[in-house]
Design a protein. Structure first.
Length: 228
């Protein structure tokens, strides 16, 4: 990837293209966003920002997003989807920069790994308690959240935020956390089982003194299915 200064010095008339990635995970029953500390600007503290960077002259957009995410956060091999293009002429103070935004979904163990070993450069923030963000990144996060909520109604995207094996209660909590509202347990389970996208593993999971719950898994792991 090239820096903005390098791009401007070689071709100052060009519109510059970047990718920014909204990384969602669920931790402590809250929808969290992974942020990185943006390099400081003179005279002010460094704000937090989404993982992101400029796209090289021969670099594919998707590959740029995946490479940037891995380079800046250490995260790779996760679900990632293109979201929207943000191109307001004044969105960047230094030059005309169009960013192609993505969102990524992280399973719980990888969320936990970052949460228990945070660094000064990268950390999770609850979506309801975000710090001051760089440029229009708050707007990008808001749109990503809307897209995620909408896709709950017509896809199995919520499974990307779960471990390989899960209980139906854990799946329901993912939906409730994203939607920020309670779901009727009986109706939720009936709907999920009717989709025929999960299968019983034959194993049980016990939490505290509660009755053991059946463990399920996706029939097509890693695949987001669309509901007709």
């Amino acid at each position: 990837m090239s820096t903005l200064t390098e791009l401007r010095s070689t071709a100052p008339w060009l519109v510059h293209v970047s990718t920014d990635i909204v990384v969602f995970g669920i931790w402590q029953d809250q929808l969290q966003v992974l942020l990185r500390r943006h390099p400081p600007r003179a005279g002010r503290d460094a704000p937090w920002a989404l993982p992101g960077g400029y796209v090289g002259p021969v670099e594919h957009l998707d590959r740029s997003a995946e490479h940037t995410l891995a380079q800046q956060t250490g995260i790779n091999d996760v679900y990632i989807e293109q979201l929207y293009t943000f191109g307001r002429p004044d969105r960047h103070p230094a030059s005309r920069v169009i960013t192609v935004a993505y969102f990524a979904l992280i399973p719980p163990q990888r969320v936990k790994d970052i949460s228990i070993r945070p660094t000064p450069e990268v950390r999770w923030y609850p979506i309801e308690c975000l710090p001051v963000l760089y440029l229009d990144h708050n707007e990008i996060i808001g749109l990503a959240r809307q897209r995620l909520i909408a896709k709950l109604n017509y896809s199995t995207i919520a499974f990307q935020l779960l471990a390989t094996e899960f209980t139906l209660s854990e799946l329901q909590r993912v939906y409730e956390t994203i939607m920020n509202e309670k779901a009727d347990k009986r109706n939720f389970r009936k709907r999920i089982l009717a989709l025929e996208c999960v299968e019983d593993t034959g194993k049980k999971f016990r939490h505290g003194c509660h009755r053991p719950a059946a463990l399920y898994r996706q029939k097509s792991p890693g695949v987001v299915q669309y509901i007709k």
